[in-house]
Design a protein around this ligand. Sequence first.
Ligand SMILES: Cc1cc2nc3c(=O)[nH]c(=O)nc-3n(C[C@H](O)[C@H](O)[C@H](O)COP(=O)(O)OP(=O)(O)OC[C@H]3O[C@@H](n4cnc5c(N)ncnc54)[C@H](O)[C@@H]3O)c2cc1C
Length: 382
Amino acid sequence: MNFDLSEEQRIFQKAIRDFAEKEIAPLVERAEEEEVFPLELFPRMGRLGYLGIRYPEAYGGSGADKIAECIWAEELFRICRGIATSLFAHCHLGTFPIFGFGTEEQKIRFLCPANRGEKIAAFALTEPNAGSDIQSIEARATRSGNAYLLQGSKMFVTNGTFADYVLTAAYTDRRKGFEGISLLVVERGTPGFQVSRKLKKEGSRSSETAELTFEDCLIPEENLLGRREGGFRDILKTLVEGRVVVAAGATGVARAAFEAALRYAGERVAFGRPIGQFQAIGFKLADMATWIEISRTMIYRVAWMIDQKKPCTLEASMAKLFATEMAERVTSEAMQVFGGYSQMREFPVGRYWRDARQLKIGEGTSEIQRRIICHQLGLKTD
Ligand SMILES: Cc1cc2nc3c(=O)[nH]c(=O)nc-3n(C[C@H](O)[C@H](O)[C@H](O)COP(=O)(O)OP(=O)(O)OC[C@H]3O[C@@H](n4cnc5c(N)ncnc54)[C@H](O)[C@@H]3O)c2cc1C
């Protein structure tokens, strides 16, 4: 067993940290305030190989492993959860199914330009009436000659406002239950495809989230992704592999809050000494550091399992559950350390907490993770 990062992983960690601190941090305040994603990041990160980090070089990627992807997420989410969320939606949710299940032609048309930052991807599974319960989605794609006629609407789609294509889940055969779901690549400009509204959010404000509608959208059959009626399994695989990246992102948000609280505890004086010298505050910081360490250790193990192609549905859910609940606790404790200043917008701890709160909801809620864990343990829960 070896707990060290490889030389290559360490170099990557330093490079992505430097990039996040120098190139992303200066954009955060404005992006959060205006609730607009800084689109110039896509081509810039594409040129540096920071978008397709897990995909082979033949598709414009960097060919890195899952541990590197988790390092990427921790460093980017540490600087700005909102911006990192949009990047995650592009680099994983909107492209992993193309790499994993698409044809060679689809990889060239959609994955390669996405890795270069020339096309932006999104992933649309959730609907106004169906989130956790994937089976109750209502979008339908019926066969029409050499195409599919798509009807439906999608909710909470990250990058939905500006994406060049949206991987969209819809029933191609409702009678088969979840086995009848397929994934279609819907391109911007397709007649009938509309961004119905941009949503205003509590957290991750700098990522753009939209509701989308599809009215009689004609989708050519070459835009069917993977096997027809094989979409459900492809979606689950995408979500399982994404959970550990979200967990790494949650660790990054927690680390940002912890680092800010540690600094503040050394500077803020009360009763004649820095507040970090009060055991009540010191113990909080000790707990925060410990939880972050546990979280990262779990995450690297799951990433290693994915790299070894070992099944990890149970471990990925445990890591997502622990890391996101941990991030909420750590960011909340950081606010306590900051006292009244935690409520002032000039300090980012309030943002860390708002951002952490939503991590328990996206990519499968905490309740859904516990349900998966029960199921994996052989427990029959409802
Ligand atoms: C900022 C943001 C970005 C997002 N980006 C995307 C995206 O890009 N693409 C996309 O497709 N979706 C996206 N989502 C949607 C996200 O994945 C869903 O919000 C999430 O899956 C939960 O679905 P829901 O909101 O419909 O809640 P519901 O499924 O309605 O759940 C409501 C509550 O009931 C609980 N619950 C539901 N079923 C059970 C059960 N069986 N047992 C116990 N408790 C249960 C849930 O845990 C939750 O607490 C995003 C959401 C947010 C907030």
